[in-house]
Design a protein around this ligand. Structure first.
Ligand SMILES: [Zn+2]
Length: 319
């Protein structure tokens, strides 16, 4: 039996799943994430992998890891807000040295998309775009079940496109700074925390998206206005995704994917920003959601081992 391990590195937990040749999850284990001490982080990952090797009585032939944040391809250094210990470190390189077996690195958002493309909500569609709307906004793009990570590994990072000046003027919004170093990023307005931020900008006082949505449902004027703006900006951003990539389906993830009204209201918000006659793709809730991250990482390892994509998409393996 050939096993692949997938690891999802979260802000509080590291989850490992083992998948067999049929991509079925046959083992699962979680440990706490050391977020501040890098040496402890590397040790925790190595100990987790070795513990599962012993439990299963066989070593996985390849390992996929979904890391939070992005990798600077030139230096191989990680930039991560969720796990500060990783920032500035060559995480892929160091884990490769420690684990001594094929290692395939993706980001957590891409792993979410890949998991939904395989046996998830997007199963059977020729292409899919996974849209994460949580603390941040990002995603991943899969074609024929394969993750397209791109030359820099950032394909799917739609959350850091700039909101057009015309839309900011339409809603009398300022240009918000973004933690990524750019300004006016879509993420600052349309993620879950972006919705709460919009609400506060309009004079509201709550700090989380779920409360803003609940207030709007009870007829609160400020919350309702925040939602109208949010829907328009999100509609424009997803229309841009459709115009650029034309996915056959969009699967939502992250905290806002639990908001049922989004699935009803977003198609009408997207349509005005598309060419006339272009169909809005189906918008679906996730099957695995955040829990699919580790499974997606295992799929990444399986696919890249199978097709040796790392040789064509340089940098997808550990640098
Ligand atoms: Zn940004």
């Amino acid at each position: 039996m050939q096993l692949c391990y997938g690891l999802d590195i979260g802000g509080t937990k590291i989850e490992l799943v083992a998948c067999d040749e049929t991509l079925a999850v046959c083992h699962r284990r979680r440990v706490d994430t050391p977020t501040q001490d890098y040496a402890a982080f590397v040790q925790a990952v190595a100990a987790l992998v070795e513990a599962v090797d012993v439990e299963l009585g066989i070593a996985a032939h390849a390992i996929g890891i979904g890391l939070p944040g992005v990798v600077d391809r030139a230096s191989g250094c990680q930039l991560s807000a969720n796990v500060p210990a990783l920032t500035g470190q060559r995480v892929g390189h160091d884990l490769q040295q420690r684990l001594q077996r094929p290692l395939h690195i993706g980001n957590d958002l891409q792993c979410f998309a890949l998991s939904e493309a395989h046996g998830g909500a997007a199963e059977g569609y020729p292409s899919m775009f996974g849209v994460i709307l949580g603390t941040g906004a990002g995603g991943g793009y899969c074609v024929e079940g394969r993750l397209i990570s791109g030359a820099n590994g950032i394909a799917g990072e739609w959350g850091h496109w700039t909101v057009p000046a015309t839309l900011l003027a339409k809603h009398s919004l300022p240009i918000f700074d973004c933690a990524c170093g750019l300004r006016g990023c879509v993420e600052r307005y349309v993620s879950g925390s972006g919705l709460a931020f919009l609400h506060r900008h309009l004079g509201g006082e709550v700090s989380d998206a779920a409360t803003v949505i609940a207030l709007a449902q009870r007829g609160d004027d400020v919350a309702s206005r925040a939602l109208v703006i949010h829907r328009d900006l999100l509609g424009h951003a997803l229309a841009s995704v459709v115009m650029a990539l034309d996915p056959h389906v969009i699967v939502l993830g992250g905290g806002l994917s639990k908001c049922e009204a989004l699935y009803r209201e977003l198609p009408a918000a997207i349509a005005p920003y598309l060419f006339r006659g272009v169909r809005v793709p189906p918008l679906l809730p996730p099957k695995f959601g955040d829990a699919g991250g580790a499974r997606g990482a295992a799929l990444l390892a399986r696919q890249r081992s199978l097709y040796r994509l790392h040789s064509r998409e340089g940098g997808d393996t550990a640098p």
